[in-house]
Design a protein around this ligand. Structure first.
Ligand SMILES: Cc1cc2nc3c(=O)[nH]c(=O)nc-3n(C[C@H](O)[C@H](O)[C@H](O)COP(=O)(O)O)c2cc1C
Length: 218
């Protein structure tokens, strides 16, 4: 049985294009694997706390046995979301572009997930590349939406696309060693025929990807 972890990052619960796209993806998956397990982490409903001084002190403590019970409580949220990542076979990040990058809640989620001796290890004996991820073998799907367009490689807005590129830079800490599958909706702010076509194409791609993926895994 496949376990999917879905991260919802849109601040909107209503009329959200990324939430609708991820629903389409999951519906298509369920039609091929009805008993797929889906865990949803909704960052709008339950925003991750920002890392702070206490969090850093507890996470980087040299001797974890000397960390007080009080200090450990600041790591509780991080522990919980790391367990969700560990248990997942497929991670779906459903994320709008905000100010050319990821929503702050999603960045806060990454800051809580990427943690020493949990999702990465650090050893200077490894030379210039001391960081190694701990997890492996997971797949990543990025479902995004943008008000503007032309954010693909070689296109005019590509230098401003810090959403998929940033997520891709962090993916190995989630245990993802392969290229992410990326589907996006464009032109939301224009609301014209280009947006309608982009949305229809993204939904079609989401259905096809879910079907192929579910078939492979089942
Ligand atoms: C705070 C905020 C910032 C945004 N910044 C950008 C941006 O930098 N570039 C862009 O193309 N669209 C931007 N948009 C438009 C959203 O990406 C677009 O509305 C998307 O559909 C939102 O996702 P949702 O429909 O799932 O809520 C922004 C929207 C909001 C609310």
């Amino acid at each position: 049985m496949t376990q999917i972890l879905i991260i919802q990052a849109s601040a909107r619960k209503n009329r959200s294009l990324t939430r609708a796209l991820s629903e389409e993806f999951l519906t298509a998956w369920r039609s091929h694997e009805p008993d797929v397990r889906v865990v949803t982490r909704d960052l709008a409903e339950n925003p991750p706390p920002f890392v702070n001084e206490a969090w850093i002190a507890a996470a980087f403590a040299k001797d974890p046995d000397k960390v007080s019970a009080e200090e450990l409580t600041v790591l509780k949220f991080s522990d919980e979301i790391i367990r969700e990542v560990e248990a997942a076979d497929v991670i779906v990040i459903s994320a709008p572009m905000y100010n050319y990058g990821m929503p702050a809640a999603l960045k806060a989620w990454f800051d809580q997930v990427i943690r020493i001796n949990k999702t990465f290890t650090f050893d200077l004996e490894r030379g210039d590349r001391p960081i190694e991820p701990v997890l492996s073998g997971k797949s990543l799907v990025i479902l995004s939406s943008r008000g503007e367009a032309y954010f693909g490689p070689g296109e005019v807005n590509f230098p401003h696309n810090h959403l998929e590129t940033h997520i891709t830079s962090c993916k190995h800490f989630l245990g993802v060693n392969t290229d992410p599958f990326v589907i996006h909706i464009d032109f939301q702010e224009f609301g014209d025929h280009r947006h309608t076509a982009s949305k229809a194409a993204a939904h079609e791609r989401a259905r096809t990807l879910a079907r192929e993926f579910a078939r492979q895994r089942h």
